[in-house]
Design a protein around this ligand. Sequence first.
Ligand SMILES: [Zn+2]
Ligand SMILES: [Zn+2]
Length: 431
Amino acid sequence: MLLITNGTVIDPKSRLHARKDILVSDGRIVRIAGRIFDAGSPAASAAAGLTVIDAEGCIVAPGLIDTHSHFRDPGFPEKEDITTGSAAAAKGGYTTVVMMANTKPPIDSVEVLTDVCERGRREPIHVLSAANVSTRMQGEARTDFVSLSAAGAVVFTDDGRPLTDEYLLLQALKLAKKLDKPVSLHEEDPRYVTEPGINAGGRAAAALGLTGADRKAESFLVERDVRLAIEAKAKLCIQHISSKEGVELVRQARKVSPLIHAEATPQHFTLTEDAVIQKGTLAKVNPPLRLKEDRMAIIEGLRDGTIDIIATDHAPHTKAEKAQEFTKAPSGMIGLETALSLGIRELVQPGYLTMDQLLACLTCNPADFYRLDAGDLHEGGLADIVIFDLEKTWTVTEHFASRSSNSPFIGETLPGVVRYTIADGRIAYQA
Ligand SMILES: [Zn+2]
Ligand SMILES: [Zn+2]
């Protein structure tokens, strides 16, 4: 048995925010109460093998959920694998991760999906997987949604490659609707992307002498895809939204269909294209970091509920790959170990979101949308818990639990230190 005592428990789903103790047994929460045991009491002594975590000064919350992580497994073990990705997640406070499917081979068959899910089950946190919308991610033939769904696919996505075939996508949305699974989409129309990973028409593109990725690449596809999702009555997630136009399209679409959601990444609510000038390829991400007005529109979207999921788009790459010149380097940055701290610094400390709202975007909101048995704290529920110290800070160094270190935040001191990550009642990470 495990007792977490003296902490401030925040459970956004039940709107609990109070000083409580939590008692865990056999992987489940058995009690949440003001004071479960008094030290040295007969009841405490009777609880054989009781492990006590003193969470004085800490927040105790549901384990975080990341519904957009690239663990590069199978295919790119030099960047990350399921084990190192899970370690990075646990260190960041995450107890559930949904892996993206742009691996090598991609997760377009039951065989590959079953392999990654089986290996995921051996990790100390819950590792789930997406499956592809199209075979070989070529955007031409749909994968076998029925079999992949039965084999455990949480969501269908070709993330990394936009789907340009409108007919294929509409059929995919209709079938996903029947299976009650969401589709999530990387929204960049390639016709408006000259060089990926840099905002077209801005200071960074001018400094590097590049044309870049136009904001229309995102807004045109978001406009098309919310229309298709409304027609199919399907659950749609717009991935890593980057433009103010994209946010506004989602805001209007949600008035018609609450099944449409969007995710914001920490990099898009924290950084602008200026980061590309300062950090070079470490700030190269798809879709690109844009202007202050785009960043503020994403924050306003989070504030008014247009965007209710924060996802990392954790995208590891090796040092050698990122050391190439800008147009040759791959896009993406790691994010699992810095996401909570960036949320605190960029959203909570300036007063845009309350801590409870931030945690909702990291726990119960993604759990509800993806129908995961996670994301809240209740008696009888799984003991997936994060304990973090809001008052302490830490300095980001190259020493990540991830196998990669492609983060533009190295050297920064961030608020919020994860002290324990507990999954299924077992300690998956301890500071
Ligand atoms: Zn993407
Ligand atoms: Zn991604």
